[in-house]
Each structure stands twice: as C-alpha cells, then as structure tokens.
Design a binder for this molecule. Sequence first.
Ligand code: 5GP
Length: 202
Amino acid sequence: MKRGLMIVVSGPAGSGKGTVNGKLLESDEYVYSVSATTRAPRPGEINGINYHFITKEDFKGRIDRGEMLEYTTYCDNYYGTPLKEALAVLESGRNLILEIEVEGAMNVKKLYPEAVLIMLLPPSFAVQEARLRGRGTETEDVILKRLERTREEVPLVDQYDYVVYNRDGGVEICADDIRSIVRAEQCSVRRHKEASKEYFNS
Ligand code: 5GP
C-alpha cells in the first residue's frame, strides 16, 4: 500500500486553517494530527480531539524521550506533533494534516523532504486583523502578539510549496484547492520513481 502524504497547513492567526481543514477532514482520506500543547483549552475545545492539553513538565519529558516529530514555542506555549501517531497514519495509507506554524513546518521539511507544505493566507494583513478581532476568543494582549508573529511568519511563504488564499466566503474553494494540490502531488513523478520498472514487471 502507498504511504499517505504528510501535508503541512500553516497560516497566520485568523487565516481560517481550522475551518478549511475541517472541510478536508469530512473525508476518510485525511486524518488530523492532534498536537500536544501547554496552552489552556479555548471554550469548546476537547482534550484528545483538538489538542492533547498537557503541562510543561509533561511536554519537556516527551521531548527528552524523543516522542515529538517536531515542536516549537509559540506565544509563550509549547506545541508539538506526536511522532508515533503521525507515522501510524502515514503507514495506513491515509493523508496526515499537520496544522502547524512556520518554524515547525521548516523542521518537518528538513526531516521529511517529501512533505507538502501549504500556506493559507487571508487576502491581506488588514483583513486578517479584522477576522482575528471578530473571532473574539483572545484577549487584546494575545491578539497583538499573534499579529506581531504574523510579520515573521508570512515572509516564509517562499519556503512553502503552495499558497492558498482564503477570501471572504471562500472556505470551500480553499478546501478544493488543497484537494487539487493533493491529487497533483499523488501523481507527481517524484513520487513514482519506479513507474517504468513497475509498468513492465507487473
Ligand atoms: P492555536 O493556539 O491558535 O491553536 O495555535 C497557535 C499556532 O500553533 C498555530 O499557528 C498552530 O498552527 C500552531 N501549532 C499547533 N500545533 C502545533 C504543533 O504541533 N507544532 C507546531 N510547530 N505548531 C503548532
């Protein structure tokens, strides 16, 4: 069975990553990588579904034991991708979605050059700010930190494979764009290095 694709979806706060990925996850083809984090749950977030909400001590222990595929600190909290779960999904042939920030994405690219990196962007910084404030889930202090972080994150789009724009009302279009990227990647000759040999020998 072919291994699944490792798909990294990054985007600044308020870009709509969660909503767009939610659309993709309606299909069994995709599995969400549940990260571990030390931040507090937001209203409605469920432990084990949205994140594994753990303490700093627990997180550091997992790093020391080599249990994280990648990790980072973001606005004073740790975030990381559990390694064992990620590999199990890929081995099962399903595509894994890593909804992670840029530093983690760059580490994934080094460790797994076959990963597909997609950056989701709002149409502009001004629209992003309006959406983030409209969400109303963060304090002003957190909003300012996340907007500041955006200035470091977005220039790294150059290191990604694809950019997808989330325009107003465009969630379904973004999900379609990502499905198309995945289809194209699955057909990429880079991923079928033995195509000719297999053709004649099967
Ligand atoms: P939030 O607190 O809004 O859920 O996430 C903050 C940022 O951390 C987002 O950009 C999110 O994509 C990123 N993030 C979530 N999980 C991980 C992870 O496991 N690793 C890394 N590097 N970033 C993550």
